[in-house]
Design a protein. Sequence first.
Length: 504
Amino acid sequence: MLAGEFHLAAAFELTVTYLFAITGTLAGIPRVSVTTDQHSMPCPPRQRRFPLAALSMMVLLLLIADGSRLWAQDVVAQEEPTPSSVDEITTPIERSFIERIPRPGFFPWLKEQLKDAPAFFRDTKVDLNLRSFYFRRDKFDDSVSSAWAMGGALAYKSGWLLDRLQVGTTFYWSDNLYGPKDKDGTLLLKPGQHGYSVLGQLFGRVKLFDDHIVNLYRYEYNTPFIGKNDNRMTPNTFEGYTLTGSFGGKDGAPGFRYGGGYITKIKERNSDDFVWMSRDAGADVKRGVGVVGGLFTYDKLSIGAINYYSSDIINIFYTESKYSFPITKELGALLAFQFADQRSVGKELLNGRSFATNQVGMKGDVSYSGAVFTLGYTNTLRGDDMQSPWSGYPGYTSVQVQDFNRAEEQALITKLSYDFSRLGLEGVSTYLLWVHGWGRINPSTKSGAPDENEFNADLQWRPKWSFLNGFSARFRYSRVHQYQGPKDSQHDYRFILNYDFPLL
């Protein structure tokens, strides 16, 4: 980074951070020390730092006692509510370039006091998300990864200044409640089972006109191959500069959403550092990723494509289409198709050799009276593994543990989900799925590799009661069975509590 760019970024970071601190103080939240990859911003004099685990537990108890309204953190496909009909199913590319619509805060009296203030202050949003996560994996080699963490996110977003400028920031943390050092590897904590904290988002947004917005510096993206991957304690976030926008699309009319820009760095899920995108992928150089993509929608039809290019590293192209339609009043159907292509470019610094691979996928969903049945298929057509260094993998057979995207691997998925609301269990849903993968090879030796099956079970409770609206409790289980291996199975257990509290 050039000296001028460094000072500009530093000034911007400090300005937004202290705006965040001031707003947090208005809401009664103690300020904490924030460390970034460039400099540390200490607490004010005489301000005692709160241990993160104690802060998390204290606020969680206060929220439960208060009976507050809340909303779960935005998440990727694995962490979304179980759909009860095909109309609720979104594909990986449909989640691109969409901003969450905020809910009203819990303190309407404070919002009322700001009603006559300029929009920059009047429309301020402050949100506290708490998450507790227990994870255990019994692996093929008889080792165990296990931890229990407590943490979350504290987010601030201003209103629009002169209807053109918006700023915001999000502070993330994860603290160790249980984590033996000999059971590392859960990704809930940093290596060594250490807690972490990081200013994961710090952004400015410039509105050019209507819904066309420039996003600057540290921000959150959720595209198929650059995304949050929010299935641990905190999500991936990114440093970059992008333009997003949309035309039409209201009330079933034709619409088009687009996005593009340059992403320089990534903060991985369990990290407090931002590193170059190329280094995160595995190449020891400083390279970012250029991104451009778009999505066309018309009623129940969507067709989109997106391309990622990192000079001398890799090019990834992804396209997807979806069409849903009613059969009867209760019976609905959905058909979807996807294709991903990856190949080395330029000096081929990622693997030191030329490579090219791709995967095709298709799936169908049928829903009836709260139940959804899914049948899908993917095929990796070339002799190299597919890669996803900056997100979860978007393939239709990517599930809790395995992605089933290895060299020449084919996979078939069957899934059945059900929403129990019609039986009087409001907010309770479940799904069972099974994936069989076969035909994969070792990319280096081209010899055959063991076939695998994976079974997943998921149970969620998202109560609708006013004092728990948005709270979620979730249990997930996975069993991976490997044929011809020294040990034929591994088990994965996850229990997640999520509590998101809009303060303002």
